[in-house]
Structure formats: structure tokens, C-alpha cells
Design a protein around this ligand. Sequence first.
Ligand SMILES: NC(=O)c1ccc[n+]([C@@H]2O[C@H](COP(=O)([O-])OP(=O)(O)OC[C@H]3O[C@@H](n4cnc5c(N)ncnc54)[C@H](OP(=O)(O)O)[C@@H]3O)[C@@H](O)[C@H]2O)c1
Length: 284
Amino acid sequence: MKALITGATSGIGKAIAAEFSKRGISLILTGRNVNALQQLQHTLPVPVEIIALNLSENQAPFQLYEFCQGKHVDILVNNAGFGVYGRFSETALEEELELIQVNIRAVHILTKLFLQEFEKRGSGKILNVASSAGFLTGPLFSSYYASKNYVLRLSLAIAEELRRKKSRVSISVLCPGPVQTGFNDRAGVEFRVKALSPESVAREAVFGLLTGKRIIIPGMMIRAGIAVSHMIPEELLARILYHAQAAKNPQQGLQENIDKHRTTHDHTENHFKIFNNFFMQNTK
Ligand SMILES: NC(=O)c1ccc[n+]([C@@H]2O[C@H](COP(=O)([O-])OP(=O)(O)OC[C@H]3O[C@@H](n4cnc5c(N)ncnc54)[C@H](OP(=O)(O)O)[C@@H]3O)[C@@H](O)[C@H]2O)c1
């Protein structure tokens, strides 16, 4: 078997590559960091091909698909992604357009091209990496949360189409909560809670993918938190999440802003504490 993984140079993608290699699955790995790709090629105990690409460039997803032609890819993992933090009116448009290219456009193109190939062949598996953010509205992380909503809904819709056709091709979507990776550094934030290791997330992801699970949510408490979030009215949930996100970067003064405007009638902070205790803290 052979798997293609985007964003394989660090974090969850790198851990998924290691997990596949333990199962003897050959790899095609991509990312922008050539040194990291070469290191993986030399250290992983399976045949590894590498291709350095910037998926925010228009042609890159097509170049990647072209590179894979004739190589019989059995598994596609769309993992590359990043977040942009801050108020929507203040964040850099260029950076967000890049986010849309990587988190949405590249995932969309690769999913379609490989799905068509897999359907023709009558076999193949796709794992799209969304996030627990895919179930939520994310003030201060608006484009990132919106991008993960897209990935989640697209994947679930395709999964239902495949089920209806009784297809032997499957698509799974991975929705982790906080994971200890380079994600935060790039977004310029810090988790306020203990995060899962990329290795444990990769183990659940690969097991879920290979057993044909539709939605993979690593960690029991994150699964419970998502279930609870479905019962909270959308507007209240957005308020709670504003607090959660503002706390991730105190330097930006977004938390102070909340404190300044809080009134004795504003119970959002209390709701946040309850939600945070249940949903976030328990990921420790
Ligand atoms: N960490 C979390 O808490 C968390 C939670 C839920 C979901 N996720 C999702 O998990 C996925 C992996 O993120 P991570 O947490 O493992 O973060 P990470 O360590 O920063 O890894 C991100 C990966 O994406 C690649 N990438 C970023 N921009 C790219 C571009 N323009 N072109 C090609 N590759 C690019 C990076 O490779 P190069 O730098 O070599 O290009 C890197 O391999 C993302 O989709 C993220 O949204 C993360």
C-alpha cells in the first residue's frame, strides 16, 4: 500500500507518516521544508518519495497529482493547514487568501482528483484533516474555523454519496482538539490547556481511516465537549469561544478588552469557565 500525505514535515502529518510506516505502508510526502522531507526519507523504515511544494500556489495541487500519476496511491491524507489569529477587520488579507488556498482549495482539488481515480479503480481511502473547530464558529480565528467547517462538511457529504453508491472507496475526516505541534507558533497563540500528542492523534487517525470510520475525534473528552457544544445556542457559543480565543494571546489585549466591557449582567465569562472546564481542561 502507498499513502500520500500533505503537510508531512511536522506535527500531525509527520506522526501519521510514522504510523503508516509502522504498518509497512510506503509513502509520498510533501511540504515546503525540503530538509525536513529529506530527513524523513532517510529515517523512515519504508520507501519514501518526496516532493517540495507550496500548496498556496495555484498550480501546486495539480503538480502534486501529476507527480503521483502511475505510482498507485491507495491513501490520500489532506493534512497541510494553518491558522490566522486576530480580529477579522485587522488580519492580513494576503495571509487569509493563502489559508484559503491551503486549507480549502488544495484539499478540494486533491480530494476530487483522487476520488475520481479511486472510484475508477474501485478502491482507495481519503483522510481529510479538519478540526474540532469544524463544528464551531471561531471569533478571532474566523477564517481558520470557517475553513475547517468547509473541510468537515465537504468530507461528510462525499461520505454519504459513497455510502449510497455502496462504493469501496471511503473518506474519513479527522477532527482533533488541541494538539502539541508547530500550529500555535505559526498562528502566534498558546493553548491554555494541555494538548494531545501528535503521535496519539495519528494512532487514532490511522486506525479510524483503515477501519472506515467517518468522523474521527481523538480523545473522549473532546468527543463529549463537541456533543455538549451542539446543545448550546449558536450565539452563546460564539461568545464563549471569543473568550477562549482571546485568552490564547493576552499580548494582543483582546482579553483586556473583554474585561473593560464586562458588566455585572454579562454571564459569558461564567459560561466560558464551565465550558472550558468541561471541554478543554479535561483534555489534560
Ligand atoms: N495542532 C492542533 O491543535 C490542530 C488541531 C486540529 C487540527 N489541526 C490541523 O492539523 C493539520 C496539521 O497541523 P499541525 O497541527 O500538525 O501543525 P504544523 O506542525 O504546523 O504542521 C503543518 C503542516 O502543514 C504544512 N504546510 C503549511 N503551509 C503549507 C503550504 N503553504 N504548503 C504546503 N504545506 C504547508 C507544513 O509544512 P511546511 O512548513 O514544510 O510547508 C506542515 O507540515 C492542519 O490542517 C491543522 O489545521 C491541528
